[in-house]
Design a protein around this ligand. Structure first.
Ligand code: ZN
Length: 275
């Protein structure tokens, strides 16, 4: 009998198996022997967070993070203040569920320059960090691929995320590395080292970049379906001191339309073979 794969560091994002509600996701991840879960806010809307916390704890899964906060950039001040309030609520949800980390998609607003976006992101983060600290919640800046720099995240590279962390200089803010967004970056290795040296590499997301992509948002691949060298990026991240959960985050209309139990089996196999 071959030894079963060690899945204790494997973590699945609820959005990966979007057709399942939080109860089905927890039950099925735990049954497979998967180690962790990251929870998207839409999966717990109108839920009793104490009940969700107990559900996850009782299943044996570790919760890696809540997704997602951010979207700090806006051309009008009312929207920027509303975003800050919304992020404080997301931090409260982390505290209620026992999530140690809130991941930030920082935002970008068409109609203003990227420099204004970055200034507003910094101001937004600085406004919410005292609340995060008081709740014992850390905040991870996730740089997004520059194809999203107009509407989703003006923070487009690891270097920009590291620079922002340096400017804010608060130990509760760090970086989430997502291979889908940063695989192409010629500075990736050195910026991962810089991130690790500063003690701020908080989490790691994986999936694959297919060629061709039919949809830049919702056509992500399972590890091994695309061109990202995940093992080398994982080795850099681990050499930088990261030894936490490895989180599978796949937005895919194609995979969401299939049987989710079989999809989860494929993810587990791909984790053993391509990560
Ligand atoms: Zn991600």
């Amino acid at each position: 009998m071959p030894t079963p794969p060690d899945l204790s560091r494997l973590c699945i994002h609820t959005i990966t198996t979007r057709p399942w509600n939080i109860y089905k996701a927890v039950e099925n991840y735990a049954r497979k022997g998967i180690g962790g879960i990251s929870v998207w806010r839409d999966a717990i809307e109108n839920s009793d967070l104490n009940e969700i916390r107990n559900l996850i704890n009782d299943s044996g899964l570790r919760i890696a993070s809540l997704l997602r906060g951010g979207f700090f950039a806006a051309t009008d001040v009312t929207a920027r203040l509303a975003a800050i309030d919304e992020n404080r609520r997301a931090i409260d949800e982390c505290a209620a569920m026992g999530s140690p980390l809130l991941v930030m998609v920082c935002g970008a607003a068409p109609g203003q320059s990227i420099h204004e976006d970055v200034d507003q992101i910094r101001a937004g983060l600085e406004a919410v960090l005292p609340h995060a600290r008081s709740c014992g919640v850390r905040v991870g800046i996730e740089p997004l691929h520059p194809v999203y720099a107009d509407t989703r995240s003006a923070i487009a590279t690891m270097r920009m995320a590291n620079d922002l962390c340096d400017q804010i200089a608060d130990t509760s803010v760090g970086v989430t590395v997502d291979v889908y967004h940063v695989w192409w970056d010629p500075d990736l290795k050195s910026e991962i080292e810089r991130c690790g040296d500063a003690g701020r590499l908080f989490s790691l997301h994986i999936c694959d970049w297919k060629t061709p992509l039919t949809d830049v948002l919702n056509d992500r691949g399972i590890m091994g379906e695309g061109i990202i060298d995940i093992p080398i990026i994982r080795s850099w991240v681990e050499a930088a001191g990261f030894n936490g959960l490895i989180e599978v985050e796949i937005f895919s209309n194609r995979w969401w339309a299939t049987d989710q139990t079989e999809f989860l089996d494929k993810i587990v196999r791909a984790y053993s073979e391509h990560v």
